[in-house]
Structures are given as structure tokens and as C-alpha cells.
Design a protein around this ligand. Structure first.
Ligand code: NAD
Ligand code: K
Ligand code: MN
Length: 348
């Protein structure tokens, strides 16, 4: 590659405050990556209120045809149904076939050998489950009746399973926990569980995952155990909704949602994205934690095999957290977004 073309979609709320920090971190790694070229793209609720479209066709086309990778901030989706609006991030994950959402949750304590040691990765299926968003509202003898379709396919469960086994194999503990609720949802979660379990015996796998240990945990007790003994988890693979909830819960264990990065990954494209939303309660105050977004940039670079650049960014972030001098209020600090960014840049 001569250059690395990165689409930037800050979208709404604090997305606009933290994506510039990720951009600055990427620029700071200099010659460890091909010369970065940033392409500013729009999507989101504000875009919708301005143009009537939440995800312009142009944004999708440029991502598909011109970008090597992308960074997404956060969208503000109204909790009421608004005619014509649907979440652009859910649509983007589908349109770019970014079928896995990989969310590492690591406490700095874990890195320095202290307790509680959280060092896990949630591998969330990213295209189906309840997020197919097929909802209906009818009126019956019980008044209004709302229904939603929950889709689990063998294909999606298999490829997320493969991604999870691959990731588990690459980590020191090589342990995979399958999250489901197949005691109640025996058909849908049953299919997810069985399909993931069957990955090691797929044709062509040839004992590749024989060193990965496999456990299962019902989603509710998984949250319970996550809070009591987070150290038992390494890689957790889950259908879309459970994965969403579990990763926010795990974020609480390490201090803040503002620390947790993710990548939306497919076979041909990768999009970094902080796990948090648009945080309307702190929007515009200049105090959003930029570390989740900066770490998402590192995760994106790591997936593109720019390991050295990714390590430099991650090490800088870890040092800033460990020193504790420049932290935003979500981590009980007094610093602003830009002060934390400056601290990270100085370490890079
Ligand atoms: P949220 O993640 O925006 O915020 C939850 C809490 O965490 C808030 O108190 C917020 O201030 C805090 N927080 C989150 N990120 C932070 C950061 N970087 N620094 C400091 N504090 C941070 O979740 P929410 O409040 O449930 O949702 C707000 C909006 O975001 C909603 O419109 C929702 O639809 C949207 N959302 C979008 C995405 C996405 O873009 N993928 C994900 C989740 C929520
Ligand atoms: K987000
Ligand atoms: Mn979420």
C-alpha cells in the first residue's frame, strides 16, 4: 500500500469529539503505517434531521470503493420510532457485511498482575438476532401487541464461531465460552450453540482448534459470573443482543464505557468503533473520554497487521491510565478530552 485510506464517520454527540482524537493518534504513529489519507463521511441522526437520510448512499459507496478501513463514532438514535429513520450503524454493519463485533475488555490491573483481573474479548454476532429489526404492532384482545423476529442462521453462527475460535487460539489462555439461553430458546439459541460447538469438527479444520477449551454459560448467569469472577472468561462468543449487553456490563468492571474499543470486522473490511454511544449527558462539554476511540484505531490497525503501530498506541494509552494524571471525569479524573489526547500523543 502506498497510502492507507481511512473513512471517518464521527456521526453524533461525543462521536464528533472522540473520532478526531483517534485520527490524531493514527497520524502520530508516522512511518509505522502507510501515509494515512482521511475521508470525512456523514451519517447519523443529525444527518437525518438535516437531509432526511441517516445513511447517505454516497457514504456507503465511498467506504466500499475507496476506503481501506474506517472509524465510526456514535449515533444518537431516538428511542421512539421516527418514520423514515433507522440506525445507520446497524445498516452499515449489514451493508459492508461486517459480521463480527470484537470487543476487548482489559483492566490495566490485569496487565500489572493485580486483581480483579479482567482480560476478555466479547465476540458479538453483528448482523442478525433481534437486530434484524422486523417488528410489528397489531391490536388484539390484549390491546396492542408488539412482536419482533429473532433470526439466527447457521451461516452467521458458523462464521462468528470461526472468528471466535481463531481469536481464542491466538490468545494465551485459549479458552472460549459460548453464551446463549438455549434452556428457554431451544430453537434459536440452540442453533447458535450447536453451530458454534461444531466449528472444530468442520471439514478442513483438521484439529486446528484442539488446544482451545470450550465452555458454555447461560447469558444471565454469565453476567452474574462476570461480576463475581471475571477472570474465568477469555473469549466470549454471543448472539448480537447478548453480546451488546455483556460488553457494556464488562465495561463497568474496568471503570468506564469510555475505555472500551471495538472493531466491526468482515472478510474484506474493518471499521473501528468505540463501544459507547453518543452520551448526550456529557455532549459538548469537552470531557468525553477519547481512549475508547483511540484504542479502536489501534484495534483497526492491528487487524490490518500494522502490529507495531497498534502496540505503540495501546502502550501509550495503558501508560496514561496507569499513571492516572490525565483522566477524564468518568475515571474520576479532572482532565478534558484534549488533555488526555495530548498525554497519549506525548507517549506515542
Ligand atoms: P452511552 O454509551 O451513550 O452512555 C452511557 C453512559 O456512559 C453515559 O452516562 C455516558 O456519559 C457515559 N459514557 C459513554 N461514553 C463515554 C465516554 N467516551 N466518556 C465518558 N463517559 C462516557 O449510552 P446511552 O446513554 O444508553 O445512549 C445514548 C445514545 O447513544 C442513544 O441515542 C443510543 O441509541 C446511542 N447509542 C449508539 C451506539 C452506537 O453508535 N453504536 C451505541 C450505544 C448507544
Ligand atoms: K459507538
Ligand atoms: Mn451497545
Amino acid at each position: 500500500r502506498q497510502s492507507l485510506k481511512i473513512g471517518l464517520i464521527p456521526a453524533d454527540g461525543i462521536g464528533k469529539e472522540v473520532i478526531p482524537a483517534a485520527k490524531a493518534a493514527i497520524i502520530a504513529v508516522g512511518s509505522d503505517i502507510p501515509k494515512p489519507e482521511f475521508i470525512d463521511l456523514v451519517a447519523g441522526w443529525e444527518c437525518f434531521t438535516r437531509t432526511g437520510v441517516a445513511l447517505p448512499e454516497e457514504t456507503v459507496e465511498i467506504l466500499k470503493n475507496e476506503c481501506d478501513c474506517a472509524l465510526f463514532g456514535s449515533v444518537s438514535s431516538p428511542s421512539r420510532k421516527v418514520v423514515g429513520y433507522s440506525s445507520p450503524i446497524v445498516a452499515l454493519r449489514k451493508k459492508l457485511d461486517l459480521y463480527a463485533n470484537i470487543r476487548p475488555v482489559t483492566s490495566v490491573a490485569a496487565q500489572s498482575g493485580q486483581k480483579p483481573a479482567v482480560d476478555l474479548v466479547v465476540v458479538r454476532e453483528n448482523t442478525e438476532c433481534l437486530y434484524v429489526k422486523e417488528e410489528t404492532l397489531t391490536v388484539g384482545e390484549n390491546g396492542k401487541e408488539a412482536r419482533a423476529t429473532r433470526l439466527i442462521t447457521e451461516r452467521a453462527s458458523r462464521r462468528i464461531g470461526q472468528m471466535a475460535f481463531e481469536l481464542a487460539k491466538s490468545r494465551p489462555r485459549k479458552h472460549l465460552t459460548i453464551i446463549h439461553k438455549s434452556n428457554v430458546l431451544s430453537v434459536t439459541d440452540g442453533l447458535f450453540r450447536e453451530t458454534v460447538r461444531a466449528v472444530p469438527s468442520l471439514p478442513g479444520v483438521d484439529g486446528k482448534y484442539s488446544d482451545v477449551t470450550i465452555a458454555e454459560q447461560l447469558v444471565d448467569s454469565a453476567v452474574y459470573r462476570l461480576f463475581r469472577e471475571p477472570e474465568i472468561f477469555d473469549v466470549m462468543v454471543a448472539p448480537n443482543l447478548y453480546g451488546d449487553i455483556i460488553s457494556d456490563a464488562a465495561a463497568a468492571l474496568v471503570g468506564s464505557l469510555g475505555l472500551i474499543p471495538s472493531v466491526n470486522a468482515g472478510d474484506n473490511f474493518v471499521m473501528g468503533e468505540p463501544v459507547h454511544g453518543s452520551a448526550p449527558d456529557i455532549e459538548g462539554k469537552g470531557i468525553a473520554n477519547p481512549l475508547a476511540s483511540i484504542r479502536s484505531a489501534a484495534l483497526m490497525l492491528r487487524r490490518l497487521d500494522y502490529t507495531k503501530a497498534a502496540d505503540r498506541i495501546d502502550n501509550a494509552v495503558d501508560q496514561v491510565i496507569r499513571e492516572g494524571r490525565y483522566l477524564t471525569p468518568d475515571l474520576k479524573g479532572k482532565s478534558t478530552t484534549s488533555e488526555v489526547l495530548e498525554a497519549v500523543l506525548s507517549k506515542i
